[in-house]
Every structure is written in structure tokens, then in C-alpha cells.
Design a protein around this ligand. Structure first.
Ligand code: PXP
Length: 247
């Protein structure tokens, strides 16, 4: 099982102080350093999301990480002309299409691929034409899986937010949805990844979901890094992932 480390919140912390001082030599912490530390800790890829409002990652972070970090880069992006243009300039290895609204604190729900099929299909084809493999961040619903397959994307990333927030009464239902979606995606021949809200305590509960190739984890690694350092935080979660039966 592969680990994609989402380092957006390293940039969140930097922007909290330096958003208005983008050229300050004192700006810290460095997303590039977090990417390099992730590599040292065993990450398989780096994920960044340049949002329309540039609230955390800036364009220059993306280009710097692309140039100086040897790991594959996964570029999370809204389905917009602006982001498609940026992706074609950046040339990441992968792009993950996500919904994006300005009010949300982070990516709150999956992309409605079924409701936006023509638009998504078009974006997928444009990215693929430029050698970028595409993933769609979707809720674990069978109609979204079917739409993702119809879009031509190579991968889906199942949204694990509801699983992560589930309590005793809803946990089984959420795991059941993930299992069904993973089986359907795999049967249709697309790569199945998962992400959002995964942490050092709930990751084990996800291991009953079959066919998962990659997990994308951000917030909890950044939080853990405050205690043990970034490299060690990545190493710890990577160590937990070896228990995945399908690994
Ligand atoms: N996957 C996607 C598509 C995301 O947008 C995010 C961040 O919101 C993550 C994974 C990582 O989520 P978290 O920071 O909760 O680990």
C-alpha cells in the first residue's frame, strides 16, 4: 500500500503569518522541506492542492516542489480552466480532481462526477493528453463509481471523511459503503485510493476495505510532526500501513 503525503497544512501555517509577506526571507515552515522530509520518511508521493483562493499552497510552492523533490507529484485541483492551465504548466505525475468551494475549511465532500460528467470527462481527457494520470475524489457511492469509470479517469480516491467522523452507530455503515465502492471500482478496472481524515488511530479500521492501492494523508501527519518531526511522523504512519492485508 502506497502513502501519499498531503503537505498543504505546512503552507497553511506559513500563510498564517507570511501571507502578506510572500518574499520574506523569514517565511517558515517550508513546504519543500516537508516534501523532502516525507521522502526521507518513506512517502511514495507528495500531494499538494493549489486552491483557487491560494489559501495555503502558492503556485511557486508547486513549481519548486516539482523541480526539487524527486517523488511523484499528485496535484489536487478544482475542475476549472484556471487549474487545468496550471496543471498543464506544472506537469505533475497525477492530478486528483476535487470539488472546491470558497467557504469550506478543507475539501468537505466528494466531486459530483455523475452530475458534472461532461465537464469532468473533458478535464480528464485534457490532462491525460498531456501525460497526467487522473484520479477523481468521490464519495463511496456506486453511482459515482460508475460515473468515474465513464469519465475515463484511471483512478478514484474514495472520500473517507464520513468513515473518519463515524461513531459507533454509523461506523459499520460507513465501512460497508467503502467496501462496496472499492469492490466496484476494482471490478471495473480502475485503481482505488482513499483519503481524508485518516489518522494514526483510525487507519487500522480501514484495513478491512479491499483493493486500496494508496492512502492520502495530510492533517494528522502534520499534527504528529509537531511532536516527533516530519520524517518520523511519516515513517510512523508508513510502518502502520504494512499491516494492510492487500499490501
Ligand atoms: N485527499 C483529498 C482529495 C483531500 O482533499 C485531502 C485534504 O482535504 C486529503 C486527501 C487529506 O485529508 P487529511 O488532511 O484529512 O488527511
Amino acid at each position: 500500500m502506497l502513502l501519499g503525503v498531503n503537505i498543504d497544512h505546512v503552507a497553511t501555517l506559513r500563510q498564517a503569518r507570511y501571507a502578506l509577506l510572500p518574499d520574506s526571507p523569514h517565511a517558515e515552515p517550508s513546504p519543500l522541506q516537508a516534501a523532502l522530509d516525507s521522502r526521507d520518511g518513506g512517502a511514495d508521493s507528495i500531494t499538494i492542492h493549489v486552491r483557487g483562493d491560494r489559501r495555503h499552497m502558492q503556485d511557486r510552492d508547486a513549481f519548486e516542489i516539482r523541480k526539487l523533490c524527486p517523488l511523484p507529484l499528485n496535484f489536487e485541483m478544482g475542475v476549472t480552466a484556471e487549474m487545468t492551465k496550471l496543471a498543464l504548466k506544472l506537469r505533475p505525475d497525477f492530478a486528483c480532481l476535487v470539488p472546491e468551494t470558497r467557504e469550506e475549511v478543507t475539501t468537505e465532500g466528494g466531486l459530483d462526477v455523475a452530475g458534472r460528467l461532461a465537464e469532468v470527462k473533458n478535464c480528464v481527457a485534457t490532462l491525460q493528453d498531456h501525460g497526467i494520470r487522473v484520479s477523481l475524489f468521490i464519495d463511496p457511492d456506486l453511482h459515482q463509481i460508475a460515473a468515474a469509470v465513464a469519465s475515463g479517469a484511471e483512478m478514484v480516491e474514495l472520500h473517507t471523511g464520513c468513515f473518519a467522523n463515524s461513531v459507533d452507530g454509523t461506523h459499520e455503515r460507513e465501512i460497508g459503503r467503502l467496501i462496496e465502492a472499492a469492490k466496484a471500482g476494482h471490478a471495473a478496472g480502475i485503481q482505488v485510493n482513499a483519503g481524508h481524515g485518516i489518522n494514526y488511530s483510525n487507519i487500522y479500521r480501514l484495513f478491512v476495505v479491499p483493493h486500496l492501492v494508496e492512502l492520502n494523508i495530510g492533517h494528522s501527519i502534520v499534527a504528529r510532526a509537531m511532536r516527533v518531526g516530519f520524517t518520523e511522523a511519516v515513517r510512523e504512519i508508513k510502518d502502520l500501513m504494512v499491516a494492510y492485508p492487500d499490501a
